[in-house]
Design a protein around this ligand. Sequence first.
Ligand code: PMP
Length: 436
Amino acid sequence: MTPEERAQLVERDKKSVWHPYTPMDEYRRSGQPLVIERASGSRLYDADGRSIIDGNASWWTSLLGHNHPRLVKALQLQSEKLCHTSLAGVTHEPAVQFAEAILAHAPPGLSHVFFSDNGSTAVEAALKMAVQYWAQHSVSTQKKTRFLSLEGAFHGDTLGVTALGGVSAFRAPFASLTMPTVHLPSPAVDMERALDALEDELKRGADSIAALVLEPLIQGAGGMLIYKDEYLIQARKMCTQYDVLLILDEVFTGYGRTGKFWACSHSGISPDIVATAKGLSGGLLPFAATLASSKIFDGFLGDASRAFYYGHTYCGNPLGARIATEVLSVYEDEQVIERSQTSVLAIEKFFKKMSQKNGVTNARSLGMCGALNLGQGEGYLERGGWKVFDLALARGAYVRPLGNVVYLTPPLNIPSEDLRSLLQIVEESVNEVLES
Ligand code: PMP
């Protein structure tokens, strides 16, 4: 693409495209979007021919790198046979194969796979499962329809899951419409307070609570807030004791981001329901799954009025399912998580070093995720991280921030030389911001 063609494309974009999470007034006046033409491995290539290291795995999806040849091949082959069919009263090999494969990887006790097409719908399905499950089973005199989630949580953008969100920028405009949810103190801030508050809430209100919903170990979009697995262990015990379901949202943390396939595997617990998306289809197609235990699944058996009347047009889409099965094979054949351990250590060492710098607070890491805060301001609308973003981009790395939080979530199989360059670029860019 010539510079003129690039400029024209951006001009056309500004006339017709409404971008996500983007103040469009500012964008239309001065926004200079990256124009990406192609991608491969851990690199994005833009219209000016620049090669950019993807420190974000493109919204945490391309965990095997961009355009992994086996995934592209699987997509090609499947597209020649069957691109789409409904999954109501119909089945196909890709859906069955993937369901079997993911259940073989799932935390113990999960027995059935419900398909949808993104992280929000995977959690949304989990919420509806929980509410209807209790409507058909609860012996409580009250309706079990309330949810518990964490301050700083993010579970997606559909109206149902918006209620669970603990980030005000995403929830506030819709606050008058959202369903009853208690946002509990986060264990990433104060473990003891978080556990006490959870127990208090369960003691007081379990009769009307359907489920506790958690992002296990890392609260992602809320600012890469990391907490210890002790919270998951205690939360599991309490949910069982008070007869409240435990829903884990592994949309970001699943598929090896935290160093194990599922974040909940660090604690050895099993939830009643798990939502998974993003890395599950390797950044090729929108595809998601909600895995339920046999207790939940069996709760919908019986006469027709007890069925789960829920589904999205593209749920179980054969292209997505075929890719998702290939993703799991690649994890096994290429020992993706095992081999990421060297990068995990490099990221850990890097963020420890960054924690020594004046102006950096709360540098932290877990698995293939590291983060630091710049300055004291908190919240999604802070601008500190964007200064680092601009400087890093000029040096050849894409590190989209969350307010003042600068974080790295590269592909799990990022080559060591790319990781080295990425860390160096982030260090230089952070230094420049701190010195300015
Ligand atoms: N849950 C978590 C933990 C997420 O991080 C996200 C997306 N960032 C979602 C749900 C929503 O996923 P999607 O954007 O695919 O709807």
